[in-house]
Design a binder for this molecule. Structure first.
Ligand code: ADP
Ligand code: MG
Length: 344
């Protein structure tokens, strides 16, 4: 039977709108871990414990000792576009926190069984909030340590197609471990643990030395051969460690780039890094690198992508040249063993 009802324009029901929005932020369990970890960092936690089961498909539990959430605000955390981090539109162009869209928790709570427990230091009791597939239950008082704990069970239970497309637990866990690694490298002062199915995968003591943390993830061989770099130009600062050209891999996976404390992916800067090693490593080999870029927040737009992993620089050419020359000059200053050269 044909009716013309289908061709009329209707506003989508809120639950559908929310599920579409959730799909943009939450691609897989690792996206949940990323968003929750960023919130812990924004809450100034000094300790974060991550527990996952079955690659995060069954359970993701993240516990922090940060500022916690005011009891009156607990329900707002799962309302979309509700954030404590952005006040007006101008703030959008000077973002200093990891989050600011106020979308993550609303999205996660829409597509999982979600439980949040939080307590601020000056409160006597904690508050617990449960949301099941976007249906918010009345918050209630509970006993809780200072900080926030969020549990996400059965991610995608009400979006079965998405759930079906999850990869094996070990693949999903590998993505989670990568998100954990990025946050851990960007914040060496954070005490962090990661457990999978009850097994401890990482136990990271807090440190002032980034290199100690690099060693825990990538081993002594990599850490011993790192070369420190540092440079400043026109308000931009670059610092970190790059590999001796003898230490390289067959993929870019050992290359980490951070902007103002946030892991980013940037083709142009990746290219600059490759150029710095031109003639020193073979084509198709990639030196490990841990590079931190610091820029005044108003010189970069982090609002181009929902997960904020791609950013837009006001002056990307200057950054390109700064990164390239910083590494090149460092190599020149240390007179790299000429036998390493594979012909420029
Ligand atoms: P955003 O981080 O963009 O503000 P989220 O949906 O990730 O949005 O979080 C919504 C709000 O919930 C945050 O602005 C913050 O006020 C609060 N919040 C979330 N996680 C935590 C946490 N671990 N500790 C303290 N507050 C939190
Ligand atoms: Mg957030």
């Amino acid at each position: 039977m044909h009716t013309d009802v289908t061709s009329r324009i209707r506003q989508l029901p809120t639950s559908v709108i929310n599920k579409i929005a959730a799909g943009e932020v939450i691609e897989r369990p690792a996206s949940v871990v990323k968003e929750l970890l960023e919130n812990c960092v924004d809450a100034l936690a000094t300790r974060i414990d991550v527990d996952v089961e079955q690659g995060g498909a069954e359970l993701i539990r993240i516990t922090d000792n940060g500022e916690g959430i005011h009891p009156d605000d607990v329900e707002l955390t799962v309302a979309s576009h509700a954030t404590s981090k952005l006040v007006d539109a101008d703030d959008l162009f000077s973002v200093k926190t990891m989050g600011f869209r106020g979308e993550a928790l609303a999205s996660v709570a829409e597509i999982s069984h979600f439980r949040l427990r939080t307590k601020q230091r000056d409160q006597l009791m904690g508050v617990e909030l449960e949301v099941h597939g976007g249906i918010v239950k009345e918050p209630r008082a509970c006993g809780a340590p200072d900080g926030t704990q969020i549990e996400v069970r059965q991610l995608f239970f009400n979006t079965p197609v998405r759930r079906k497309f999850l990869k094996t637990a070990s693949t999903e866990f590998a993505h989670i471990a990568e998100q954990f690694t990025r946050i851990a490298l960007a914040n060496p002062g954070l005490q962090m643990t990661l457990r999978h199915n009850g097994r401890c995968v990482h136990e990271l003591p807090p440190t002032h030395q980034l290199i100690e943390r690099i060693e825990l993830f990538f081993g002594g061989e990599v850490a011993q051969h790192l070369i420190s770099v540092e440079a400043e130009h026109a308000g931009a600062r670059i610092w970190g460690f790059v590999a001796h050209p003898s230490q390289n891999k067959s993929t870019r996976k050992g290359q980490y780039l951070f902007l103002n404390g946030r892991w980013i992916q940037d083709r142009s800067l990746q290219h600059a890094l490759g150029e710095a090693y031109r003639g020193l490593v073979m084509v198709g080999r990639y030196p490990v690198a841990f590079l931190f870029l610091e820029l005044p927040p108003d010189q970069v737009d982090v609002n181009v992508h929902p997960t904020k992993s791609e950013v837009r620089f006001q002056d990307s050419q200057t950054l390109y040249r700064l990164l390239l020359s910083t590494i090149r000059n460092r190599f020149l200053s240390m007179d790299l063993d000429s036998r390493l050269s594979v012909g420029a």
